[in-house]
Ligand binder design. Structure first.
Ligand code: ADP
Length: 446
């Protein structure tokens, strides 16, 4: 299913709402003015007075809303509008002896002229006071201004309340739209992540296959070279070239073979796709394995292994290797030639502490802030997936540990893993789930 983006509802400000009401205001005004004028058919002077005053009033209102609207601040415009309307209406009121039809202007005005903004209440009050004052001073029966003013106030309050409720429901709709958009983003992210995992698992299977293919020939290469070495060593007398083989070439070859075998076995362990069971392991052995796997990314730097006496712990060793390989590879990529990458392990009070420290580029606060977000990467397209640390965080927290990061631009980075001696048991594959919120960055290098 494909969601198409729809237009987002716009929150209108009070002035925009008022503008939208202008056509209605104008027709209402024309209708009431015509009604007032028509009462005086025959009394042409009064009719002409009503007609002229209303025409002037409507003209000024139109002028204000069309011409001066963008030249004057909205507040000033409304006060001018108020002055014009209330003066001319009071004038008409005096001219027509405050006819009932004229009074109907007061509540009508409250609907559109003053509502919808903060200072509107002040203007509404002034409007009513001027109209009532003019009426009382010119001898109008006090019950009329009282009745219409009450009506006007009620109309005003209702308009205001209705506008407020509409505004609230609009805001609610907007909030819901934002939540839906957020949920769509999360869904898209999970989808992308699933695709990446699919790629990783194919890669893992491929790596396991390749490791298996290398493993078989390496078995007889190892056995044959060892036998040859043993046989040659047992010879009492050897020619000079053969002596050189026994003393230098074959031991070096056997070192190389040992290294290939170690990498192949690491690769096979690393690439195994099935959920790993909890087991007792030596973190130092896993640290060494991680270093061997990541060696390809660390050729240009000095690598130091500083492995303390950490004893044995219970958890998921392959996952620890996965985390360390990623951190070592990142460290190698961030560190210029000649720099240092140091992998150390220490025993702590509650568990063990594994550190991957480098003297590389370090990170800005912005990168640090996003570090554990899935798909966050600063590497060029094709070089980084932005998943390594998100998965690392998920793996470590699923075993009851946490990660601290210390970094500053130009001053290197240090990832510190804290793992309990006995890992918490979460459901298998917890590390593959969407990561929990990123861990706090506990300290930044001074
Ligand atoms: P990726 O390596 O695919 O980019 P990661 O989640 O492993 O994804 O890393 C995310 C980002 O964190 C990297 O793109 C990099 O900007 C930053 N980063 C990680 N480790 C280091 C480090 N040791 N030094 C500097 N930046 C690092």
């Amino acid at each position: 299913m494909r969601a198409s983006p729809s237009k987002s509802p716009q929150v209108l400000n009070p002035e925009q709402v008022l503008q939208g009401l202008h056509p209605l205001m104008l027709s209402g005004s024309l209708l009431l003015s015509a009604a007032i004028a028509l009462q005086y058919v025959g009394q042409w002077r009064v009719m002409a007075w009503v007609f002229a005053s209303n025409a002037l009033r409507i003209l000024i209102n139109v002028l204000l809303s069309r011409v001066l609207q963008h030249r004057l601040p909205p507040g000033v415009l409304e006060w001018i509008r108020l002055t014009v309307n209330v003066s001319l209406l009071a004038g008409i009121g005096v001219g027509v002896g405050w006819s009932l039809l004229l009074w109907s202007y007061v509540p009508f005005s409250m609907f559109w002229l003053y509502g919808m903004n903060g200072s509107g209440r002040g203007r509404a009050l002034v409007y009513i006071l001027v109209m009532d004052g003019a009426a009382l001073l010119s001898g109008c029966d006090p019950r009329e201004p009282l009745a219409f003013s009450l009506l006007a106030v009620l109309c005003f309050l209702m308009t205001e309340k209705r506008a407020e409720l509409l505004q609230r429901s609009l805001e609610h709709i907007i909030e819901q739209r934002e939540q839906i958009a957020q949920a769509q983003d999360e869904l898209r992210m999970l989808h992308e992540r699933a695709l990446q995992q699919e790629k990783f698992s194919s890669l893992g299977m491929m790596a396991a296959g390749v490791a298996h293919e290398i493993n078989n020939p390496m078995a007889f290469v190892t056995s044959n070279v060892s036998s040859l070495f043993k046989d040659l060593k047992q010879q009492p007398v050897l020619d000079e070239p053969l002596k050189e083989y026994v003393d230098e070439v074959l031991p070096a070859t056997m070192d190389g073979i040992k290294r290939v075998n170690a990498i192949v076995s690491d690769l096979r362990r690393f690439a195994r796709g099935d959920p790993e069971v909890y087991s007792e392991y030596d973190p130092n052995e896993e640290a060494k394995a991680a270093q061997r796997i990541a060696q390809g990314q660390l050729h240009h730097v000095r690598v130091e292994l500083d492995l303390g006496d950490v004893g044995r712990v219970v958890g998921r060793p392959q996952q620890l290797v996965q985390v360390l390989v990623n951190m070592l590879a990142n460290a190698g990529q961030a560190t210029p030639p000649g720099g240092l990458v140091r992998l150390s392990t220490r025993s702590g009070e509650d568990g063990i502490r594994v550190e991957v420290r480098d003297t590389g580029t370090g990170m800005t606060p912005e990168i640090l802030h996003n570090l554990f977000q899935p798909f966050f990467t600063t590497k060029p397209p094709g070089m980084g997936t932005g998943l390594g640390l998100a998965v690392a965080h998920s793996i470590i927290t699923s075993q009851g540990g946490h990660i601290e990061v210390e970094s500053a631009p130009g001053r290197g980075t240090c990832f510190i893993l804290h793992l309990p001696r006995v890992a918490h048991r979460t459901s298998p594959g917890a590390a593959g789930r969407a990561p929990e919120p990123p861990p706090p960055l506990r300290s930044i290098m001074a």
